[in-house]
Design a protein around this ligand. Structure first.
Ligand code: NOJ
Length: 737
């Protein structure tokens, strides 16, 4: 519904002015990631958008709070925590005068190799939806417009600008669109970002089925769709398909002239009169091996020149442009931008650092524990801390989500501070550090130079100063060895499922000699653990953000319960995952065929009865819990599950109650069980709580492509209450009429 005010503005805007409202430009303050300039004649203020989603990435480099990776937030299984993070990030965005936060990102984690899995939430559409809605609500309650990304089916980084995701309607709706639908319908999200990839043959930015038929017509989305940066391939056809705003609207060199080595060469070449800029661009980009799609960053005018021409020669109706402007102005009005009436905010403040620490603790998953954790400093004389980056905080992954921060706590500092004088602490790197992230930053937005990725993932550089023997010796002399190992995932590259460099070798060498070995993983997602049987405990800390060392120390020493549960399945090896053929991943000739259909993540492991290394939903606690009095009732097609959970230990802890639903003898193929509801409970020692979880109609439904809609079949359903997808404590059958 367009307001009178927006209608009035629209009627006074000239064609030229309208066009300038549907594409970006350079922010004169250098702060925004995307910037729509003001219209001074009609008093329309500028509209600024900033990356997200692990914190605010200020264009001028000013420090922000680096929150834990999104996958860590999802691992807390707590939408209210997601709301808190959303609100805090909104406040940081406001402190930088930004109107839109380019967050959250929640493409389903279809393949564990996805280089941005740290920026996303889960392999499960229900968990994904709940965390996404929590975050969007938080951002928007904080007075900032959220931008849900990347719409849609952008599940891998490999060749992301060319890949074509070939996906059937049923998995599209049941898995890949579910959380987007939820943020549109439940959180009234202000904007969505159209992805780089193609979906069933058509670029997401030009995909009418996605942008108009499903999003705007079926779901009733009233906000605007912005392109991912340089994702618009063809202006008029994207405009017709439903894209509203083209970003960044300028070329990469215009946006970041100093940071662009390729551009410097283009610029130098085009100074010679016999080279046009176009020729120079072609020459240089082919020399450095840029794929044609990546060259898009050197051309703009998608929603500028090309729209004007299409409107003037009648190929595009001006009413289409009007609708886009109305959508953008509508959200500017809704969030107070038109009145310059946005809330103030605070960036990089202690309260947000505290929240960052709390999320890191809540998201840490205790995968395995032979009663070694928590550590007790009073009973330990010597602790060996080992790992190539154990003296640095892992604030995030690479790419557009990188946040500049001015205060970090490394594992070394966090543990040192926590043990104080109680125990001696020895630190050894063990193996050389992974190549520096800076090597890759020279390519702005990480859009080029794949050779840099090779050197990056190519692991460590041999350095004479790093000695595995010294680490082994330290481990041998200590009461416990804590080995911190990590990967280095980034936007624009997929990730291997093995730890980079010689880190596996390091863990094994330490485990061979240490009395007790605790492995701390800081990874974007699952990795293989060839040494698992030889170590006493494993924690998955993901990318913990700036408070890394503090959260790690509190979990290691039991000040906090490691309350995370896996939002993704950890398989033993790459071939165990559902997309295990080349056609499925990474694809052949750019076609990525989603042949596994609805069987993604644990749905696949359950169907083929493969044991995962650690199942979806798994996570230990330092406390012990008992379940009792489970009662399942049915009211039409909504089930209610009541369950009492008691903390029967002498320490406080968190338990995540998980409800799974499975159709018994279904007429259509369905996963053996699917997450239908969950609740994270904080239970003090000895405390008992009764919770009531609601399993709504959608949980019983499947998407029927023939009817283009959701269908609930009558029949028997198994309702299972569990501590993970593979640890069911109670199950019963209900009959749906
Ligand atoms: C590309 C990324 O895919 C997107 O998430 C980000 O918001 C934009 N670049 C802007 O940095």
């Amino acid at each position: 519904m367009t307001s009178d005010r927006v209608e009035k503005l629209l009627s006074r805007l000239t064609l030229e002015e309208k066009i300038s409202l549907v594409h970006g430009d350079v922010d004169p303050d250098g702060m925004a990631t995307g910037y729509v300039p003001p219209n001074d004649r009609l008093g329309i203020p500028s509209f600024s958008m900033i990356d997200g989603p692990l914190g605010v990435r200020a264009g001028d480099g000013s420090p922000s709070t680096a929150f834990p990776a999104s996958i860590s937030l999802a691992a807390a299984w707590d939408p209210s925590l997601a709301h808190e993070v959303g609100e805090a990030m909104a406040s940081e965005a406001r402190a930088r005068d930004q109107d839109v936060l380019l967050a959250p990102g929640f493409n389903l984690i279809r393949v564990p190799q996805c280089g941005r899995s740290f920026e996303y939430y889960s392999e499960d559409p229900h968990l994904n939806s709940r965390i996404a809605v929590g975050t969007v609500d938080g951002i928007q309650d904080g007075g900032v417009a959220a931008c849900a990304k990347h719409f849609a089916v952008n599940n891998q980084e490999h060749a992301r600008m060319e890949d074509n995701a070939i996906v059937d309607e049923r998995p599209l709706h049941e898995l890949y669109l579910r959380a987007f639908e939820a943020v549109v319908k439940e959180a009234d999200v202000a904007s969505l970002m159209a992805a780089y990839n193609r979906v069933n043959g058509t670029h997401a930015t030009e995909n009418r089925e996605l942008l108009t038929d499903i999003l705007k017509e079926d779901w009733g989305f009233e906000g605007f769709v912005v392109s991912d940066w340089w994702a618009t391939t063809d202006g008029p056809s994207a405009a017709r398909a439903g894209l509203d705003l083209d970003m960044p609207g300028v070329t990469l060199p215009e946006l970041a002239p100093d940071m662009n080595p390729a551009y410097r060469l283009i610029d130098t070449f085009s100074r010679f009169s016999w080279f046009s800029t176009d020729d120079a661009t072609k020459l240089i980009t082919s020399l450095i091996g840029l794929r044609p799609s990546e060259c898009r960053v050197y051309r703009s005018e998608k929603f500028d020149e090309s729209l004007r021409e299409a409107i003037e020669d009648g190929r595009l109706g001006e009413s289409i442009l009007d609708e886009k402007v109305a959508r953008i102005l509508g959200q500017m009005e809704r969030f107070g931008v038109l009145d310059d009436d946005m809330p103030d905010g605070e960036a990089n403040v202690p309260a947000h650092h505290e929240l960052s620490r709390r999320v890191a603790e809540r998201g840490t998953v205790l995968l395995h524990n032979d009663d070694t954790l928590p550590l007790d400093p009073a009973t330990l004389d010597d602790i060996a801390l080992i790992g190539p980056h154990a003296d640095e905080a892992k604030t995030g992954g690479g790419g557009s989500s990188e946040v500049a921060t001015d205060s970090t706590v490394s594992p070394l500092d966090g543990i040192r501070y926590r043990v104080g004088e109680d125990a001696s602490l020895t630190f050894e790197a063990g193996v050389a550090p992974l190549a520096e992230m800076d090597d890759r930053d020279i390519t702005v937005w990480n859009l080029s130079l794949s050779t840099i990725a090779d050197s990056y993932f190519g692991s460590e550089e041999e350095s004479p100063d790093v000695d595995m023997d010294a680490a082994v010796e330290a481990a041998e002399d200590a009461d416990v060895a804590v080995v911190v190992v990590q990967d280095a995932a980034s936007e624009d590259y997929d990730r291997p499922l093995t730890l980079p460099g010689r880190q596996d070798e390091l863990v094994s060498a330490v485990a061979d000699v240490a009395e007790e070995t605790v492995v701390v993983l800081k990874t974007a997602g699952p990795v293989e653990m060839p040494w698992l049987d030889d170590v006493e405990a494993v924690l998955e800390a993901w990318y913990p953000g700036q408070e890394d060392g503090r959260s790690l120390a509190s979990v290691l020493f039991g000040d906090a319960d490691p309350s995370g549960r896996l939002p993704v399945t950890f398989g033993s090896r790459a071939r165990d995952y559902p997309a295990n053929t080349q056609r499925q991943y990474p694809g052949i000739d750019r076609d990525v065929t989603y042949e596994e259909g609805i069987f993604v993540g644990y749905r696949h492991f359950d169907r083929v009865e493969t044991d995962p290394l650690f199942p979806f939903g798994h996570g230990l606690s330092y406390a012990d819990f008992e379940y009792s009095d489970v009662a399942v009732s049915l009211d039409e097609s909504t089930a209610t599950v009541e369950v009492t959970v008691e903390n029967v230990s002498d320490r406080d802890g968190y338990e995540v109650v998980q409800v799974y639903l499975g159709a018994v003898d279904p007429d259509v193929e369905r996963p053996p069980r699917e997450l239908a509801a969950f609740e994270s409970l904080e239970l003090a020692a000895g405390e008992q709580q009764t919770v009531s979880l609601s399993v709504d109609e959608r949980a019983f439904a499947y998407y029927d492509a023939d009817q283009s809609g959701w269908v609930v079949d009558a029949g028997e359903y198994e309702v299972a209450v569990g501590r993970s997808s593979r640890e069911i404590v109670h199950s019963e059958t209900v009959e749906l009429e």
